[in-house]
Design a protein around this ligand. Structure first.
Ligand code: DGT
Ligand code: CA
Ligand code: CA
Ligand code: ZN
Length: 573
């Protein structure tokens, strides 16, 4: 079982408990458990199955949770979830998952209108029966209908992070097969796209049948969809499809190039080859019948006079111009990042204390961390009033005195209010080391209104960055209406930064917006928005998107030590 699958089980437990109106603290405990497991870089199942380390040695996993995880990994099910499912029709689960609905509203729909499946939900919305309910309205009804549409599409793609967990376990599984000489995942996964439709796996093997036999014994396999001499497609229990291709060693580079894509990139490359009287396909580069390149990707690109292009850039955007001019950017790497400027603690809706977050950041090699808990408007997230925030900052000052070689910053994630303006007074914000502003409420407002609110925040002298600037949640929620160009312009005009929220469900700014920020000279700050200790591990997903946007170390603000970053935003003290 992958971490994502285990997390999904706990998420389900939390949903069902909330649906039943259970104690909110209990619900939150399961949500935190899901988050902890989901964000953990190591495989939880592997830890359970090994004799050495114990689950409870991982911060954020207590005895009770550890016990449930091992039951789940060892037996494939969780008795507690089975009991809950016995009490609630299984079809209700699909309703809980509709973007914009959530367990509370699903419960109202179930109890008031007897809605227990998606079909009934759609019909009730179309008959305008949903808007009559207390706490619902015409807007909610429209949102639910849109949500139903997104849900239908979402089933087809997984987060990159989820694909990565599958890829990792598959790699391990196939490592046992000695017929394999070379192996690489291609496709959108290799390009680091935010979501992945299916995994494309390439191998060079002395005995293709042996590889396929081994592939067929992968424990999470649900179905073999097709099997030929050199190609095999399977569907995993998780729903994801994996295409395996066995290719000759002299074609490996060409196949890797071809199946990495993107299609648009390959079209341009083939055109360039044609101009030189060459032909490129998945078997190699040919002059007439003669194979002139194909063993490595470098060879393939060199055949058309280009340097090797990083997979993240292969979207037919700027990469060919850069390559031709010898100006391919040196893309930012995880090791370049020095600190994290967006993290939560138990003071608002985080699961770890400030000390625990600091310790975890240090263990990950970071040199600074800003604690940015929510402001009071975010009541459900236990947001901080000015008084509580000042008390927290006093605590941070006390802690800072004991820290050597690590900078703990007094920060806040201040809400941009529905009516414009910020949720905390300027004289409070002025005392912060670092302020990110974000839109959590009024996300349905018009494009003009939301853009104006965000630009208003950028104009505030105490705000340094806009967090998750479009509010998108992959597979769940579209970005809110916002004129991102105008926002980026304003960021440049006021010397501010823009966040690339690294959480695998956000990746916001996305790759295209990162490229736009770079073009304008607006530095991007890659942040974890960690609510747990393991939440700090998501930085690498942010780095991938930044690379897709063509960002270098210089374009990423937190690739600098804190004193230099401070100068960048013109607020050296
Ligand atoms: P995905 O799986 O939807 O996230 O996206 P990709 O990019 O992984 O697409 P996929 O799995 O359909 O195909 C993998 C790569 O193989 C794709 O990026 C380019 C290449 N490819 C597949 N089919 C074609 C084709 O018909 N023409 C060309 N030029 N390339 C193709
Ligand atoms: Ca694919
Ligand atoms: Ca494919
Ligand atoms: Zn946050």
């Amino acid at each position: 079982m992958t971490n994502a699958e285990i997390a999904a089980v706990f998420e389900q437990v939390a949903d069902l408990l909330e649906f039943q109106g259970a104690n909110p603290f209990r619900v939150r405990a399961y949500r935190n458990a899901a988050r902890t497991v989901h964000d953990l870089a190591q495989s939880v199942a592997a830890i359970v199955e090994s004799d050495g380390t114990k689950l409870t040695e991982i911060q954020g996993i207590g005895a009770d949770l550890a016990e449930k995880i091992s039951t789940l990994v060892r037996t494939g099910s969780l008795p507690m979830l089975d009991e809950l499912l016995a009490q609630i029709p299984a079809s209700v689960l699909a309703i809980l998952r509709v973007p914009g609905l959530g367990p509370k509203r699903a419960s109202t729909l179930y109890h008031e209108l007897g809605i227990s499946n998606l079909d009934q939900l759609r019909k009730a919305c179309e008959a305008h029966r949903v808007r009559e309910l207390k706490g619902f309205g015409a807007k909610t009804e429209t949102a639910i209908l849109q949500g139903l549409e997104i849900a239908a599409q979402a089933e087809q793609r997984v987060y990159w992070s989820e694909a990565d967990q599958v890829a990792a376990t598959l790699r391990e599984h196939l490592a046992e097969c000695d017929a394999i000489d070379q192996m690489e995942f291609a496709g959108s996964y290799r390009r680091g796209k935010d979501t992945v439709g299916d995994l494309d796996l390439l191998v060079v093997a002395s005995d293709p049948a042996k590889v396929m036999d081994r592939f067929a014994t992968y424990p999470a396999l649900a179905d073999v969809l097709a099997r030929g001499d050199t190609k095999m497609s399977v569907r995993l229990q998780f729903g994801l499809q994996v295409d395996l291709r066995v290719v000759p060693a002299e074609s490996f580079g060409a196949a890797l190039q071809y199946f990495t894509g993107s299609k648009a990139h390959n079209v341009v490359l083939r055109g360039m080859a044609k101009d030189r009287g060459l032909k490129i396909n998945e078997y190699g580069v040919f002059r007439g019948e003669k194979l002139i390149a194909g063993r490595t990707e470098e060879e393939v690109y060199a055949a058309v006079g280009l340097p090797w292009i990083a997979p993240e850039l292969r979207e037919a955007r700027s990469e060919f111009d850069w390559a031709a001019a010898g100006q391919l950017p040196r893309l930012v790497e995880l090791d370049d990042l020095r600190g994290d400027l967006h993290a939560h603690s138990t003071w608002s809706d985080g699961a770890a204390t400030i000390e625990e977050m600091v310790e975890a950041a240090r263990q990950r090699g970071l040199k600074y961390l800003a604690i940015t808990d929510h402001s009071k408007r975010a009541t459900i997230a236990n947001g901080l009033s000015a008084d509580r925030l000042l008390a927290q900052w006093a605590e941070i000052d006390r802690l800072s005195k004991r820290l050597r070689g690590f900078t703990l910053l007094k920060g806040v994630e201040v809400d941009i209010l529905e009516s414009g303006g910020l949720d905390l007074p300027d004289e409070v914000l002025a005392k912060a080391d670092w302020v990110v502003a974000s839109v959590h409420f009024g996300q349905n407002q018009s494009r003009e209104r939301i853009t104006e609110r965000v630009i208003g925040a950028l104009k505030n002298p105490h705000v340094w960055a806009i967090a998750h600037p479009t509010g998108r949640l992959l597979n769940k929620r579209k970005p809110y209406e916002i004129d991102l160009d105008a926002v980026l312009q304003a960021a440049r005009d006021h010397g501010k930064l823009m966040e690339l929220n690294a959480h695998p469900s956000r990746l916001d700014l996305d790759d295209v917006a990162c490229a736009a920020a770079k073009k304008l000279g607006v530095p991007v700050v890659i942040s974890t928005d960690a609510h747990t200790i393991t939440g700090l591990d998501v930085l690498r997903y942010g780095v991938l998107q930044a690379r897709r946007g063509g960002l270098t170390k210089d374009d990423v603000a937190n690739a600098r030590p804190w004193p230099q970053l401070k100068k960048l935003i013109g607020k050296a003290r």
